[in-house]
Design a protein around this ligand. Sequence first.
Ligand code: NAD
Length: 258
Amino acid sequence: MGELHMRVAIITGAASGIGAATAWRLARDGASVTVADINEEGADKVVSDMRAAGLHALAVGVDVRHQEENMALVDKTLKKFGRLDIACANAGIPQGAMPVEEVSDSQIEQLLSINIRGVVGLAQAVAPAFKSQRSGVFVATASTAGVRPRPGIQVYSATKGAVIAFVRALALEWAPYGVRACAVSPVATNTPMLPQFQSVAGNREEDVSTVLESFRKTVPLGRLADAEDIAEAIGFLVSDRARMMTGTVLDVDGGRNL
Ligand code: NAD
């Protein structure tokens, strides 16, 4: 029996990349998992693959920018699985590298509303359940960009720095209830998102393999992270093995933040 047997988890941005790998990790550890994403078709596909593997999963369409959708996500999960123990605020969008004065108002608005407002919104939506049962774990996907930024992705980096500050504050706020809040900071991870950051040097003409190589070279361990590397860290943080850890920001960075 897995260590997350009888636990119920929500993961946003779980139709792809790190979120999907986390859904598989937590479900393989015994959890029932709500796979939530704005990409409903993608979420359905992940859930049907998980069910085919004998795992417990539910697909829910959510746009984390809208608080009523975050609330509905929690309601649907409680209705389906009867409880809620784990919330992973993972949905996020990247930013193409460019000088700060070229970032459009709508890009800034999207980055803030998804990467920050969406994380705050999930915390607001799960707070009543976590506080009343006096247990629960919240894990946000931050980024090495939040502590060791690269040139040209300044607004994205600011959102991830904000996520880290938010989780640390939340850890203190929820500690009296026995509820934990942590974050992971992945380094460049081989998901559909990564090429969208474009070159760390800001050259928008480069092809995907050149972009990935430019990221790889900055990782001391000499490779990009895989989504599963990040899922392992999240799987640890949400488990009882991490029971004394709160406010922790776990770097999964191959040494990049050193
Ligand atoms: P991905 O693009 O593979 O997955 C992101 C998912 O979020 C997608 O399925 C997308 O549909 C979903 N999403 C986007 N906007 C949404 C919204 N408004 N509501 C609900 N879902 C939405 O990317 P990924 O690399 O797996 O990214 C997951 C998280 O990891 C993000 O927060 C990202 O910033 C962070 N991260 C990624 C990297 C990397 O190099 N890939 C590094 C550090 C941190």
